[in-house]
Design a binder for this molecule. Structure first.
Ligand code: DP6
Length: 328
């Protein structure tokens, strides 16, 4: 039986991946930097079996929706082509994200799937090749191959061979925390995939995003190397606000923020006034991730938990590399 079990942790970007130059290969307009996070991970078992009529994706014990099944089949087709096999697979995936919010779960999901499926077929890809492969499932998954602090190099080539993640610093290099404020969300309006397409095509503010992202990358890279928390927080927060500003210039305009998102941002600004260095970053949804140092994390957690509209608060630290595991 060709089977493997792998685990990958989610990551949260400090400089965001926002916009594709090639949708098919998932090649980004800009580089990005993230931290892989500890309590958020996905464990995936892939079993290739001859004679199966089609792939079957089971998420947390339930058959997945047709659209997710198709996306996974397209992804596995790349791996079948590499390994020169035809067999279909059963994919069982458990999402250990301690909330229903699905925060950053596609990054962990495609990194775990890339590793489990390649190992099941006896392909022992280098981390670089694994990152390129995971990227083609979901861009942010390219970064979840590594633990700690990670940069995804955008690359320039049309074939995507130079677009992959590299580790900047391992998880034990710097203990900073991400306190996630999960807010009440209405129905999910715009996926990150559709949102970034819309801003690239229609937002006049996308040019402003592109004009400053390289300097944000340099500043965040240096802040990590120097363990300079204030610079890291300031640049990451500004970068997230610029990303979200692009959505307001799109046609039609949209925002990922809810009223509670803004209340949490205000609370974090107040914290700084109270002498606690804390900064926000926000992905393609209403939840707010608050960066802080370990000595402030419990206090930040408690302060966010009482903001009206906040459903749940979870603390994360730097997490490990994607890897094969023996048990769920
Ligand atoms: C805002 O990696 O989910 O979280 O490549 O279309 O699957 P696809 O998008 P995805 O986008 C993540 C966008 C982001 C920023 C980031 O993680 O860098």
């Amino acid at each position: 039986m060709r089977e493997a079990l792998a685990r990958a942790h989610a990551n949260i970007a400090l400089v965001k991946y926002w916009g594709k130059r090639d949708e098919e290969r998932i090649l980004p307009m800009n580089g990005s930097i993230s931290m892989t996070v500890d309590p958020f991970y996905v464990t995936t078992a892939v079993t290739f079996e001859d004679g199966l009529p089609e792939d079957r994706l089971v998420l947390n014990g339930l058959d997945a929706a047709a659209v997710d099944q198709r996306r996974v089949t397209t992804f596995l087709d790349r791996i079948r082509a590499l390994a020169r096999v035809d067999a279909r697979a059963v994919i069982r995936s458990e999402n250990h994200v301690p909330t229903g919010a699905g925060l950053a779960s596609s990054s962990a999901a495609y990194a775990a799937l890339a590793m489990a499926a390649t190992r099941a077929l006896g392909l022992n890809l280098s981390p670089t090749d694994l990152s390129k492969l995971a990227r083609q499932g979901s861009g942010s998954a390219s970064r979840s191959v590594y633990g700690g602090f990670v940069e995804w190099l955008k690359g320039n080539r049309e074939d995507g061979e130079d677009s992959y993640a590299v580790p900047l610093a391992p998880p034990d290099y710097w203990d900073i925390r991400m306190v996630m404020a999960i807010v009440d969300s209405g129905p999910k309006s715009v996926s990150s995939r559709d949102g970034m397409r819309s801003v690239v095509e229609t937002s006049p503010f996308y040019a402003g995003w592109q004009a400053t992202v390289e300097s944000d990358l340099a500043a965040v890279r240096n802040a990590i190397l120097r363990r300079d928390f204030a610079v890291l927080g300031q640049v990451a927060e500004a970068n997230a606000f610029k990303m979200h500003a692009t959505t307001m210039g799109a046609v039609p305009p949209f925002t990922y923020w809810s009223g509670t998102t803004i209340e949490v941002i205000r609370r974090v600004q107040q914290m700084r006034g109270e002498g606690v260095p804390a900064y926000v970053t926000i992905d393609a949804g209403p939840h707010v991730v608050v960066l802080c140092e370990p000595q402030h994390a419990s206090w930040v957690e408690a302060s966010l938990a009482v903001v009206p509209g906040v459903k749940e608060v979870v603390q994360a630290g730097p997490g490990p590399d994607a890897r094969e595991v023996d048990a769920w």
